[in-house]
Design a protein around this ligand. Structure first.
Ligand SMILES: Nc1ncnc2c1ncn2[C@@H]1O[C@H](COP(=O)(O)OP(=O)(O)OP(=O)(O)O)[C@@H](O)[C@H]1O
Length: 815
């Protein structure tokens, strides 16, 4: 089981990965940056420890100004700051704070973008978050002790508080960051938070899969290539959430999927139960619908106190239905959520709020008479005698004003109307069309407003003054009662925030249940049967024609070399592998007939897209920096997707570079899907047992105009260069026939020469024997770990694989 409830939300900690050395310069990220509301403070460690010299410790504190949620992160990073950037992206910054010593002396007081930054961290931030202001904060405010003081003062007093204090106590950089963050918010943004009112959490970074921002962009995880927010992204197709906090949780989970199997299993159990039990599914849906668009994280900064209390009342009244819906659920996670929603303090809150507030109070408007009346009549009668009297006086005064309006209407035979503005109080209006000639004498302050005249009288102004006195008295008394109520709510605000987390998780799981197809497993093998590209599947035009594909990648076949002509579906296959992995690692079901995944520590990609025009990097430079990033981050637990490496240089160099990078990746034992146009690679890499040759099948049709049909089906074996698919496709472009004949002749001659040279230089049989032995070893270890067969069936299976091995070795003996 997972360690705590938070583990189910965002995953627990895991050992730190190896230090990193490279991050590609990336475009301004479009990873679905939602409306930026975070103030983010970042500081980097330049300590004397070994860690600080090899890598760097970076402390991050991020405050969501809308919700008051604060997250602390401390991460070991390298000088390209790939992890730091990844975590800051998760918190869509509106401003980034850095110590003033990170900037050149001349710009300490004011940071100019065209100034020379003095730290690489600032350079990376500037490059990655262009458009987000980077502000210096005096170094003296980045203090560990001040950070702890802020936490002690501001963090809500709930059962998680002691654990937070313990886990951050030795996170010097994260504490320094939070100290500077709150100092800036207090002094520059003039925001003071009430004591013990903020949710502050420490987020261990090790329990999540690292997805660099470029990969997130290319895989269209939360936004698509053309639009930041789109239905045609993984987020777009999974987001059936009702509440804003669930939508935020989903986004963070997609960008940083969790790697803890117990937490994932618990989520999958919950999703499965929601899918299988229709009553629970519908009851949860109804419960969530009652909270549609309600942001339970925004309890503190609501527009007014009354609005705040109405919000709280709406929430506490909706929670019992959700809790009731989960009664009797079997899954451990749904039981935890149910327990969090049934905290008796929620019922007490409901009672307290209902005892004080009028039942028929509508949602508070921001301005106008309706807003005034909501404040005046918010508190129930008989709670405070003085308030009752003041309210009666106010009501009578307003009645007098309406009486005056009636009298004047009759006297002048004019259809006068009463209007109200916060500044002027009540005033008369009259449609211009209803007035023949001039306004009668006695009307003052006449102004014209579109098709109406607006005016007052001396009598009305006197009555307005009296009404205002009564109103002020009423509001003083009423606001005092609401403030007292609010104080008691703030005392128990922790329970509402916990409920908010429970609702967010339930809402996300329900969303998964709504979108789900097949429950994945987690084993050491990546095996998908008839998997479908989740986003393409949702695109109307592709839905019917989408060809499902299989994936099989394990330790003995960790490097998958994928070939196929242009347009045959290579990129789609690669993306499908990445997207299905992310889905599974969020705890979501996947579109496939069977799926087993490995838990990866990082998803790293080089996917060919339009190159970074904005930063005017050449295709080649871009490819090389992505490759350096991948090589420095990939471990035996990573998943790497590489599409068409080497296209930015000459074919010979391209093959050389691709081969060298592939060799290095094979050595790390990482799972690699490597799509390429270079047929040579299937020969040069064939001596490595983990290399598997796959190709996207196409059918040749003898036909005068076009003789190639794409099947989009992945099949075993390398592509025969002899087929010259490029030339066949070129016919589509209406090139002159004699030109194509010359091209074909030269290509055929070169191919034949190549085949002859390959045969002379390398014995393929040795490679085949090595591969067979490796496959045999994997089959044995898989049988040991996962077999559910009876003893007899198990022996038959062993005999069968033994027989296959002997046969293959016999067939491939050297002469
Ligand atoms: N499994 C599939 N089922 C149906 N259509 C597919 C499938 N895979 C790819 N396609 C369609 O084929 C087209 C080409 O796919 P893709 O870009 O993946 O090919 P490619 O081999 O990477 O091409 P290139 O080498 O030119 O980059 C796309 O429009 C895509 O929608």
């Amino acid at each position: 089981m997972a360690e705590s409830y938070n583990d189910y939300q965002l995953g627990p900690s895991r050992p730190t990965a190896r230090p990193y050395t490279g991050r590609p310069p990336t475009a301004v990220s479009t990873v679905g940056r939602r409306d930026a509301s975070f103030v983010v403070a970042v500081i980097e460690g330049r300590g004397k420890s070994f860690l600080a010299r090899v890598g760097r410790e970076v402390g991050i504190a991020a405050l969501d100004r809308d919700t008051g949620k604060t997250v602390l992160i401390q991460v070991a990073d390298c000088q390209t700051y790939v992890k730091t950037i990844h975590h800051i992206h998760l918190h869509s910054p509106s401003i980034i704070l850095v110590p003033d010593t990170f900037l050149p002396a001349a710009t300490h007081s004011k940071w100019h973008r065209n100034g020379q930054p003095s730290s690489i961290l600032v350079e990376c931030l500037q490059e990655e978050f262009s458009g987000v202001p980077i502000e210096p904060v005096s170094r003296k405010y980045w203090s560990e002790t001040a950070g702890l003081d802020f936490i002690n003062q501001l963090c809500i007093d709930d059962e998680d508080r002691p654990a937070l204090v313990v886990s951050v106590s030795n996170k010097y950089y994260a504490l320094s960051a939070i100290a500077a963050l709150f100092k800036h918010v207090e002094t520059k943004l003039n925001t003071i938070f009430a004591a013990r009112s903020l949710r502050i959490t420490y987020r261990p970074v090790e329990g999540t899969m690292l997805i660099d921002t470029e990969s997130a962009k290319n895989l269209e995880l939360v936004g698509n290539m053309t639009r930041k927010k789109s239905k045609h992204s993984l987020f777009g197709i999974l987001d059936y959430t009702f509440t804003p906090m669930a939508s935020r949780l989903l986004r963070v989970n997609i960008l940083a999927p969790i790697t803890a199997q117990p937490s994932l299993d618990a989520r999958l159990d919950a999703v499965e139960e929601l899918m299988q039990n229709e009553d629970v599914y519908s009851a949860v849906k109804d419960g969530l619908r009652a909270l549609n668009k309600v942001d339970m994280d925004k309890l503190i900064p609501a527009s007014s106190r009354v609005a705040q209390m109405l919000n709280v009342r709406n929430i506490v009244r909706s929670l019992p239905a959700l809790q009731f819906a989960l009664q009797g659920c079997r899954s451990h996670l749904l039981q935890i959520i149910s327990a969090m929603l049934s905290d008796e303090r929620i019922a007490e809150l409901e009672e307290r709020v209902s005892d004080s507030l009028n039942d028929d109070l509508a949602t508070a408007k921001k301005t106008g008479l309706a807003a005034v009346n909501v404040r005046v009549y918010a508190v129930k009668a008989s709670i405070n005698r003085l308030l009752d009297v003041a309210r009666e006086t106010y009501r009578e005064n307003v009645g007098d004003i309406y009486e005056l309006c009636r009298e004047l209407s009759n006297e002048h035979a004019l259809p006068l109307q009463l209007c109200y503005s916060d500044a002027a109080g009540h005033f008369f209006t009259l449609k211009k069309a209803d007035l023949e000639g001039e306004l009668p004498r006695g009307f003052i302050n006449v102004t014209s407003k579109s098709d109406k005249w607006c005016f007052s009288t001396v009598e009305l102004r006197k009555k307005n003054a009296r009404t205002k006195d009564a109103l002020d008295e009423t509001l003083i008394l009423s606001d005092k009662i609401i403030q007292d109520l609010l104080d008691t709510v703030v005392h128990d605000i922790g329970v509402l925030y916990k409920a908010s987390e429970a609702v967010a998780l339930l809402d996300m799981l329900w969303s998964f249940a709504h979108a789900s197809i097949l429950r994945p497993e987690f084993t050491g093998t990546l095996a998908i049967k008839a998997g479908r590209h989740p986003i393409l599947e949702n695109v109307q035009s592709s839905a019917g024609t989408l060809v499902p594909n299989d994936v099989y990648c394990c330790d003995s076949s960790s490097f998958q070399l994928i070939q196929g002509p242009n347009m045959s579906g290579k990129s789609t296959y690669l993306r499908q592998v990445g997207l299905l992995t992310v889905m599974a690692m969020c705890g979501c079901f996947v579109p496939a007939e069977y799926a087993s995944f490995r838990l990866h520590d990082a998803l790293l990609t080089r996917l060919s897209n339009d190159d970074d025009m904005e930063r005017s990097l050449s295709t080649f430079a871009n490819e090389m920096s992505s490759s350096a990033m991948i090589l420095s981050l990939a471990t035996s637990r990573s998943l790497v997707l590489i599409d068409e490496l080497g296209r930015g240089t000459s074919p010979r160099e391209g093959v050389g570079i691709s081969h060298a990078i592939a060799e290095e990746l094979i050595r790390t034992k990482t799972f690699v899907f490597f799509a390429t146009h270079y047929n040579e690679l299937s020969t040069t890499l064939s001596r490595y047992p983990p290399v598997v040759n796959l190709r996207l099948s196409v059918q040749n049709i003898r036909n005068s105009s076009f003789n190639i049909v794409f099947k989009y089906k992945i099949i075993d074996g390398a592509l025969e260069e002899i087929d010259h698919y490029g030339l066949k496709l070129a016919k589509l472009a209406d090139l002159p026939p004699q030109l194509l004949t010359v091209a074909e002749k030269i290509s055929c001659t070169l191919s034949e020469l190549q085949v002859k040279r390959d045969q002379e230089s390398f014995s393929g049989k040795t490679a085949l024997r090595r591969k067979a032995l490796l496959k045999f070893r994997t089959q044995l270890s898989q049988a040991l770990d996962h077999s559910t067969l009876s003893e007899e069936a198990f022996l038959t299976y062993l005999e069968k694989i033994q027989h296959n091995l002997v046969e293959l070795l016999d067939e491939n003996l050297d002469e």
